[in-house]
Design a protein around this ligand. Structure first.
Ligand SMILES: [Zn+2]
Ligand SMILES: [Zn+2]
Length: 284
């Protein structure tokens, strides 16, 4: 199997409904390793649909603690365990992730103890090594380096973009972020830039459909995400090979289909463009 990146879920935000895409999860195969970036709803099925066994995932990165990026992390790890995981898996995430993991283990205590005693499975908790994700070099292994950049996603402060580099390939994932000029340098020369995208004119339509009656949801979206046009601007100034858009806000509204997204990003980016769809696979 050659190296690739697959965006398993391209929808921005946690709610799903008929016709919508799935929340964020990205499978990256680089230098013979399989990595999972974020574990929103659907991540477990999504990995299997790419022909990758759950037990092949060597490391996991959680970019920030919005539920659309880690709601399925516990179920993913538990299911990998029941699928026969025996190697230790490193999970990189913001500090609060440890509390989530402890709570998940507690919530499944009956089942986990039962399977250890009744089925002879290894200790689930000991299989996962949680490490706090911080800005800078996250990983430097032979053949793979990973760097994190703190992005702009208020009110969350612990939120990161990630850059994965091997001898042959470089992939940058923006995470959830408002437009930030630092992303240009961070993405410099990447083969693929996977960037989140918002269609500004679609935000009002989205809020009218799903939002509470006050203005907080609308304000949150506008100050913590990047317009498709600005995502294209970053790709152009960073000189990336391909721009792949995901974390669409809005998602699943028929009046904001592919033509609207393409028109917005083409204001600033003329290079290779992929509008993500659930399970889209990009060869590296
Ligand atoms: Zn999100
Ligand atoms: Zn977010």
């Amino acid at each position: 199997m050659s190296d690739f990146i697959s965006i398993l879920g391209v929808k921005g935000g946690p709610a799903i409904r008929p016709g919508s895409n799935m929340p964020t999860a990205i499978l990256l195969r680089v230098g013979g390793r399989c990595l999972l970036i974020d574990a929103g709803l659907g991540a477990t099925r999504g990995v299997c649909d790419q022909g990758v066994a759950l037990t092949e995932i060597a490391q996991i990165f959680v970019t920030h603690l919005h539920s659309d990026h880690y709601l399925e992390l516990g179920p993913f790890l538990h299911t990998a365990w029941t699928a026969g995981l025996s190697e230790r898996v490193i999970v990189h995430g913001p500090e609060g992730l440890a509390g989530y993991w402890a709570g998940f283990l507690q919530s499944m205590d009956f089942d986990i103890k039962l399977r250890i005693e009744d089925e002879g499975r290894p200790d689930l908790a000991a299989l996962f090594d949680l490490r706090v994700l911080e800005e800078g070099e996250v990983l430097a292994e032979p053949g793979l380096t990973v760097r994190a950049l703190r992005n702009v996603h208020p009110p969350i402060e612990e939120s990161y973009a990630l850059r994965f580099e091997t001898e042959d390939a470089c992939v940058v994932i923006s995470g959830d972020t408002a437009f930030m000029p630092e992303m240009i340098e961070f993405s410099r020369g990447a083969d693929v830039l996977v960037h989140e995208a918002m269609l500004t004119q679609g935000v009002d339509a989205l809020v009218a459909k799903v939002g509470p009656r006050d203005d907080r949801l609308r304000q949150h979206i506008l100050r913590s995400h990047t317009s498709a046009s600005d995502a294209g601007r970053i790709a152009a100034q960073a000189g990336v090979g391909t721009l792949a858009l995901m974390h669409f806000v809005p998602d699943g509204l028929p009046e904001f289909g592919p033509d609207a997204w393409i028109a917005a990003v083409r204001e600033t980016w003329t290079g290779p463009l992929i509008l993500g769809t659930d399970g889209v696979r990009i060869d590296l």
